[in-house]
Design a protein around this ligand. Structure first.
Ligand SMILES: [Zn+2]
Length: 239
């Protein structure tokens, strides 16, 4: 089990850690700032810096089998560290920050598009959400305008924890039908975007987010695609 530093502090760029295991799949640490692929957000990249001066390039981060188990995937040909090795785990922060901005932008997209979310994916510089919307296509201008107002307003983005029972009693909180919220540990993390007149968006999410919608910066709706009779795919990109 790995202590997930990013869960409480998405802005932590590095942390001291100790190697707990290393094999052909990757390197396990006792704690990490590296987010593993999941919930539509790609895994982090970066560097593990050893006291010896050696550096191991991490090209991807994945979930292990166990709960809160994180696998740091080293570049091919890397020399693997021995268990017990002390090191500093350091993110490619520029990339991660772009992913956090785009991820949070997709929460705002949820807030301006009516209809259930059937899928989604964040990538570097772009993101998409699929909506279950019957009938005519979504209006690109209306969506863009609504979302830009929410970005510019600088709304706070905050985590809040609720119990599994509370979530089960409020199924309307789960907007993304394709991504089951992490539960079973007794509690679930909600991400809440608060506005002056109540919640703008609230949903269970284990990803990394920025603190304020203003930090997202300028984005455009790159495309709206019809993916089947009821499915509309909205693709956003940084301007
Ligand atoms: Zn999220």
């Amino acid at each position: 089990m790995t202590e997930l530093v990013f869960r409480d502090d998405a802005y932590a760029r590095s942390c001291a850690a100790r190697v707990t295991g290393a094999d052909e799949r990757g390197i396990r640490l006792d704690r990490t700032v590296f987010y593993p692929t999941g919930g539509g957000q790609p895994g982090d990249t970066g560097t593990l810096r050893l006291a010896s001066g050696a550096a191991i390039a991490i090209i991807d981060t994945l979930k292990g089998e166990g709960p809160d188990e994180v696998i740091h995937v080293a570049a091919p040909g890397s020399a693997l560290p021995e268990p017990g090795t002390e090191l500093v785990a350091e993110l490619d922060w520029e990339r991660r920050h772009r992913l956090m901005r785009m991820h949070t932008c997709l929460h705002l997209l949820c807030a301006v598009v009516p209809g259930a979310v059937t899928g989604g994916q964040v990538s570097d510089g772009r993101g998409r959400l699929d909506f279950d919307v019957p009938g005519s296509s979504l209006d690109r201008e209306v969506i863009a305008a609504g979302r830009n107002v929410l970005i510019a307003a600088g709304h706070p983005v905050m985590p809040r924890w609720i119990s599994d029972e509370e979530l089960a009693a409020r199924p309307e909180l789960v907007r993304t039908m394709s991504v089951k919220p992490p539960s079973g540990a007794g509690h679930v993390r909600l991400m809440e975007i608060a506005g002056p007149n109540g919640q703008i968006d609230v949903q269970p999410c284990g990803g990394t987010h920025i603190r304020n919608t203003a930090e997202i910066g300028p984005v455009t709706i790159a495309k709206i695609e019809n993916k089947g009779r009821q499915n509309r795919r909205v693709i956003v990109a940084f301007a």
